[in-house]
Design a protein around this ligand. Structure first.
Ligand code: TXA
Ligand code: MG
Length: 332
């Protein structure tokens, strides 16, 4: 397949912005994972995202913008003061790996929200994504939000490099801008603003954890932990699975003596053919950044089974374990 990967330059960014304005798809780097971007105000362009990914139409998309005032403008004008205050308190976390869900303005497309009355909004913290959004804004003379899910084929592992996007969706995009490996490596934390009489609620774990969001909001924040049903569609199990059988094992598990079985852990150990680590420096932030890349690599290497050792569920470890549980496709 022809490579669609281009390096960031004034020219490639201008071309990407023009392609997006024309309704085409672009693979876009963000600090979390690569996005499959289309202009979010054009139903035909948005439709092509669902088609390219094989994504169910009932799974809503996040709108990405460059500036806080453009983010605010996507939510309902008559936002309840309680929700408005929560939103304003979250703005300092942008640009950053946080998606906020709240009541939508009427003109947000139904295909973006899957017909729902809320919308998901984020300002990505990546110079390339911001440059593309600002270039579009200056050409169109108004902000054009980008709808962008993770740029993986539905149900496969999210992409953290341009090569990952090329491998899955190279045939569907006009170009993929190579902004290097994603710094965070896990999808954004999703926070639902709640209602005037219910607290804000984390719908997807990520870089910003419960304590950080509670401190920032100055009030109680609910978490999805162990609760059913899960609010966000698409948050079902096996959302991020490798094709190879994958199981989670605890640290006490017996040694791995089969060359056909790969074991991946979180300690700073020397790797061997069937013993890898997500974190060469032993840190969970490094493990998060490497998680999807190593799972893809493991999937391609032809092992019979991938065994992943669990990590401590503190800070970003909560998000890592959340993704690993979803990726698990077998029982020990
Ligand atoms: O880090 C990220 O958030 C990346 C980058 C590209 O920005 N994007 C991303 O998008 O992870 P996606 O589509 O792969 O995941 C978005 C999640 C989905 O589970 C979707 O169901 C949920 O957000 N979502 C979007 N809009 C929603 C809404 N109005 N209500 C509830 N859940 C929503
Ligand atoms: Mg996704």
């Amino acid at each position: 397949m022809i490579s669609k990967i281009v390096f960031p330059s004034e020219e490639s960014i201008a071309l990407a912005a023009a392609s997006l304005l024309d309704g085409r798809l672009i693979g876009l780097p963000t600090e979390t994972v690569y996005g499959l971007a289309a202009r979010g105000d054009d139903p035909t362009a948005v439709e092509s995202i669902f088609f390219a990914k094989g994504r169910p139409r009932h799974n809503p998309l996040i709108l990405h913008v460059a500036d806080p005032e453009d983010a605010l403008a996507i939510f309902a004008d008559d936002l309840h003061p309680v929700l408005h205050r929560r939103l304003v308190r979250l703005i300092p976390l942008w640009p950053g790996p946080l998606t906020v869900i709240g009541p939508r303005r009427n003109d947000v497309l139904d295909c973006v929200t899957a017909g729902g009355d809320t919308v998901a909004v984020r300002i990505p913290d990546h110079p390339v994504a911001l440059a593309v959004l600002r270039t579009m804004k200056s050409i169109a003379k108004r902000p054009i939000p980008l709808a962008a899910p993770s740029a993986n084929v539905s149900n496969y592992i999210s992409p953290t490099t341009a090569a990952h996007v090329q491998a899955g969706l190279g045939g569907s995009v006009a170009a993929i801008i190579d902004g290097g490996p994603c710094r965070v490596g896990l999808e954004s934390t999703i926070l639902f603003l709640g209602t005037s009489d219910t607290p804000p609620r984390i719908l997807r774990r990520g870089h910003f954890d419960l304590d950080e969001l509670r401190d920032r909001l100055g009030e109680h924040v609910e978490s999805i932990a162990g609760e059913e049903p899960i609010r966000a569609p698409g948050q079902f199990a096996k959302h991020y699975s490798p094709r190879t059988e994958m199981v989670l094992i605890d640290n006490e598990a017996s040694p791995n003596d089969s060359p056909e079985v790969l074991r991946i852990g979180f300690d700073a150990v020397d790797e061997t053919g069937n013993q890898w680590t997500f974190a060469t420096d032993g840190s969970l932030a490094t493990a998060a950044a490497n998680l999807y890349g190593r799972l893809r690599q493991a999937d391609e290497t032809g092992f019979r089974r991938i065994e992943v050792v669990t990590c401590a569920e503190t800070g970003i470890g909560m998000a890592i374990m959340d993704r690993l549980r979803r990726a698990q496709n077998s029982e020990v």
